[in-house]
Design a protein around this ligand. Structure first.
Ligand SMILES: NC(=O)c1ccc[n+]([C@@H]2O[C@H](COP(=O)([O-])OP(=O)(O)OC[C@H]3O[C@@H](n4cnc5c(N)ncnc54)[C@H](O)[C@@H]3O)[C@@H](O)[C@H]2O)c1
Length: 349
């Protein structure tokens, strides 16, 4: 095992991986995983939805200050400068706008950023003969799946939001590009519901304004930033009537990106993997687990159903586990404890 670790780290050494959106929630945890696996991450982020102090926090965790560039990653001229300066061995493309509700109000912002940045990066990847490209997709591409657990062969479904549609369009762009340029291997990772924070509590999710996702809303309610959490509907056909989702610890999700790069297997084509725990948890289970593990209570009420919410969505993760050897290490309790550690230090900041 020790030999394997040393061998893998030696193999990765000096392999530079470009991480767009590397100061963001999932990107920053992935930068940590990359460093711990012996890669050299190069971040591009324009900090439109993140803070620069995250780079210092990555340094605190890994004792390495990652190289970071501040610009819009849709800018091909600036990308070209970075690729000329560094020999990039792989790209992980996180940078995107991600707020489902905002995308309904500002669809063009989402179409512009999410699609243009992908097209620019793919063009540069081809120009500089980069072998590996990993794209942040989402289980939202399945819409409301016919059956759960949902596997990668499930049909692409109807997605109501412009955000969800950008993920479907971006997946199609990746497929077409991988088909046309066989030297480029593209991996689409379909994330389920990323939650939690680094166990140190030094990096985590930084929602701007009112959080869209359940766990930041729970932690902010527990911290007194929000008065009350509303649970949208308790009459779904689930264990306790509330919606069921697959909550994946962000550090496990980060490791899936490293697994997708390492080893760089077959050439060309598009590979698709669900990244989820394979377990569904209801909203009330999340709230109760959070209360129990952190020994506090969360003020919540039951509200009306929210339009467009599927009753239950959770992953069949057997493909990523058998093909890439990836398995989640953390439990829901771990993730909720780490999310609270992160929230507490944010309050102190
Ligand atoms: N968090 C989730 O629940 C979730 C679920 C499924 C998929 N995803 C996808 O994963 C990716 C990362 O999500 P996240 O939660 O870490 O989001 P995030 O907002 O925390 O991180 C995105 C980062 O990208 C940066 N960025 C955005 N557009 C940019 C641009 N044009 N140029 C340079 N930097 C830019 C932002 O400043 C931010 O640091 C996104 O593509 C998102 O759609 C997220």
């Amino acid at each position: 095992m020790l030999f394997l670790t040393i061998f893998t780290e030696t193999m990765n050494k000096d392999r530079k991986i470009l991480v767009t959106g590397g100061a963001g929630f999932i990107g920053s945890h992935t930068v940590v995983s990359l460093i711990e696996s012996g890669f050299t991450p190069i971040i591009i982020d324009d900090f439109r939805n993140s803070e620069k102090f995250i780079l210092d926090r990555i340094n605190q965790i890994t004792a390495l200050h990652p190289i970071a560039y501040e610009f819009d990653c849709a800018d091909q001229n600036k990308l070209r400068e970075v690729f000329t300066e560094h020999e990039i061995g792989g790209i992980i493309h996180f940078a995107a706008d991600k707020a489902v509700g905002e995308s309904v109000k500002l669809p063009l912002k989402y179409y512009e950023n999410n699609i243009q940045s992908l097209v620019s990066l793919l063009k540069i990847a081809i120009e500089f003969k980069v072998p590996d490209f990993v794209f942040s997709s989402s289980c939202t591409v399945y819409g409301e799946p016919d059956k759960v657990p949902v596997d990668e062969n499930a049909p692409i479904g109807f997605t109501a939001s412009p955000y969800g549609y950008t993920k479907q369009v971006c997946e199609r762009i990746c497929r077409d590009t991988a088909y046309a340029y066989s030297n480029l291997k593209i991996t689409l990772l379909r994330y389920f519901n990323p939650i939690g924070a680094h166990p140190s509590g030094l990096i985590g999710e930084l929602p701007l304004g009112v959080p869209n996702n359940l766990v930041p809303f729970v932690t902010q309610t527990a911290a007194g930033i929000r008065d009350q959490l509303t649970v949208f509907g308790n009459d779904y056909p689930t264990v306790d009537g509330t919606c069921v989702r697959d909550y994946i610890h962000v550090c496990d999700l980060a490791d899936a990106h490293v697994a997708a790069l390492n080893p760089s297997k077959e050439e060309g084509g598009v590979n698709i993997f669900n990244v989820g725990t394979g377990l569904g948890s209801s909203v009330l289970e999340v709230v109760r687990t959070f209360e129990k593990v952190n020994n506090l209570s969360v003020n919540h009420k039951i509200g009306e159903r929210r339009e467009g919410d599927a009753a239950a969505v959770f992953a069949d993760n057997s493909k990523i586990s058998s093909e890439l050897g990836w398995k989640p290490k953390y439990t829901l309790s771990d993730a909720l404890a780490h999310a609270w550690t992160w929230q507490k230090q944010l309050n102190e900041k």
